[in-house]
Design a protein around this ligand. Structure first.
Ligand SMILES: Cc1ncc(COP(=O)(O)O)c(C=O)c1O
Ligand SMILES: N[C@@H](CCOP(=O)(O)O)C(=O)O
Length: 466
């Protein structure tokens, strides 16, 4: 499998090189040159198989011949052995046609673990085979950071630097990053918001001298392997409710658009998907874009679903590329509009293609709070605020002809204050995280300035070859 950039001006790479590159050299995002296709017959063959078997079947065509079959299977098995549920991403039925897919049974209680546990092993494997090292940077609004530090902690070939917005992540999220105690992990509080952190990461990739000097790699969802690993659970969930013989819809709490884009990839691969519903919090740039055709940034609001307090939704670029029939020139126009004026207007045909596959619904803070309370009262299910955004959106987009699968992206104990306020319940952390809030924190604080961040990373990264 070969990978091409959404901006059309970067080298075409194989899987391992795209994995190490993270962001493409032209600032675009890598996507596979073509989508592997699964016929209904192929999908039926996956029925009754384990999560790991399905992961192997879905991931193999994307990896191509780059990694030996036995090595890939070993890494899949090891990655999902870290999950505390035998089904890895179990479904809970809450209504006749509504299912919640719990993606939070991994080590850090968020859906990021699903991809990150595999990605860390893949990266380590490729670096070891090549005898190389990498410096990993990640921007986080709370969950990617903890998942990345857990997955890369103690790995000899990588140092990991995580930029999080100071004071804008939940206390549990912060401590998952700052108390890990791994010598190769550097959490950094940035004086700014998540978009500032993400812009810094992209700017470091754009600084060729720095990128090459530290052998930069990224593990945000700009990295194709993150999306690839997330495609798997769309297949497992759909199969569990009757796919491919009935269509299934999904509602996804959305920020950086990586998770829901993985659903779109599953559809492109042949999974019969009726609708993909984008759930947004009050940072509703995607809901406004689908309605008006204009992607327009506003200032970020702090909400009870802080991981989705995002304006620049990175993976929307991958969707624009697909929906424009892979027109890199159109994508470049959009992205320079965004850089210059914070906005762009989507071409009519591209918008039509987006609206065909997606719906979008916004949840206000009051609606999120009410959803947590009423879902608990009606079904006994305790949702975290991100999941509540999606449940609110799902309810408004239910159709009798397709079951709705709502993605639950975080455990309620990651956001205890908001959950308690809405439900009266103080959700407890699982036993393996007991004591988290009492552990000593270690992190540095930096201004949101490229020079300062590059100097910090350059001074700490172990960049000499092995
Ligand atoms: C708990 C949670 N839910 C939803 C999201 C949004 O996912 P995505 O950025 O892939 O759209 C995030 C962060 O990305 C998150 O941490
Ligand atoms: N919500 C995310 C933001 C980063 O998203 P990513 O999927 O691109 O890594 C977070 O929790 O950090």
């Amino acid at each position: 499998m070969k990978y091409i950039s959404t901006r059309g001006d970067a080298p075409v790479l194989g899987f391992s090189d795209a994995l190490l590159a993270g962001l493409a050299a032209d600032g675009g995002l890598y996507v596979p040159k073509e989508w592997p296709h699964f016929s209904k017959k192929d999908i039926r063959k996956l029925r009754g198989k384990s999560y790991q078997d399905i992961a192997e079947a879905i991931v193999t065509p994307f990896v191509g011949g780059d990694i030996e079959k036995a090595d890939l299977r070993r890494m899949i098995d090891e990655a999902y052995a870290t999950f505390r549920h035998p089904a890895v991403t179990p479904l809970v039925q809450t209504d006749a046609n509504v299912f919640i897919m719990e993606l939070f049974h991994g080590p850090t209680l968020a859906f990021k673990d699903v991809a990150m546990q595999l990605l860390a092993r893949l990266l380590d494997h490729v670096l070891t085979e090549r005898g190389e090292r990498a410096t990993i940077v990640a921007a986080t609004s709370g969950d990617t950071g903890g998942a990345a530090i857990d997955a890369f902690a103690g790995r000899d070939r990588t140092d990991i630097f995580v930029l999080f917005p100071e004071g804008k992540v939940s206390p549990v999220q912060q401590r998952q990053m700052t108390t890990a105690g791994a010598a190769n992990a550097y959490p950094v509080a940035v004086k700014g918001n998540f978009d500032d952190c993400q812009n810094l990461v992209k700017a470091m990739f754009g600084d060729v001298k720095f990128r090459d000097k530290v052998q930069l790699s990224g593990v945000n969802s700009i990295n194709w392997a993150r999306i690839m690993a997330q495609v798997v659970y769309y297949f497992t969930a759909a199969l569990a409710v009757g796919s491919p013989d009935r269509k299934v819809s999904f509602t996804v709490p959305t920020g950086n658009f990586g998770d829901i884009f993985a659903g779109y990839v599953a559809k492109q691969m042949g999974l019969p998907v009726a609708k993909l519903v984008i759930g947004t919090n009050e940072n509703d740039i995607l809901a406004r874009t689908l309605k008006t055709g204009r992607y327009e940034m506003r200032s970020v609001k702090a909400t009870t679903s802080p991981s989705m307090d995002i304006q620049i939704s990175s993976n929307f670029e991958r969707l624009l590329y697909e929906a424009s029939d892979r027109n890199a020139g159109e994508v470049v126009r959009y992205m320079s509009g965004l850089k210059q004026s914070g906005a762009f207007d989507i071409e009519e045909s591209t918008l039509k293609a987006i609206r065909k596959a997606f719906k979008a619904t916004r949840a206000s803070e009051a609606e999120v709070k009410k959803t947590i309370k009423t879902v608990l009262a009606e079904t006994g299910y305790l949702a975290d605020p991100h999941t509540a955004v999606a449940i609110h959106a799902a309810k408004r987009n239910l159709k009798a002809d397709a079951p709705m699968i709502v993605l639950s992206t975080a455990h309620p104990a990651k956001f205890p204050a908001a959950v308690k306020k809405a439900s009266g319940i103080d959700p407890a952390l699982p036993s393996w995280l007991a004591g988290l809030m009492d552990r000593e924190e270690r992190f540095d604080v930096l201004q949101a300035e490229l020079d300062a961040v590059e100097a910090y990373i350059g001074g700490k990264a172990r960049i000499a070859g092995h």
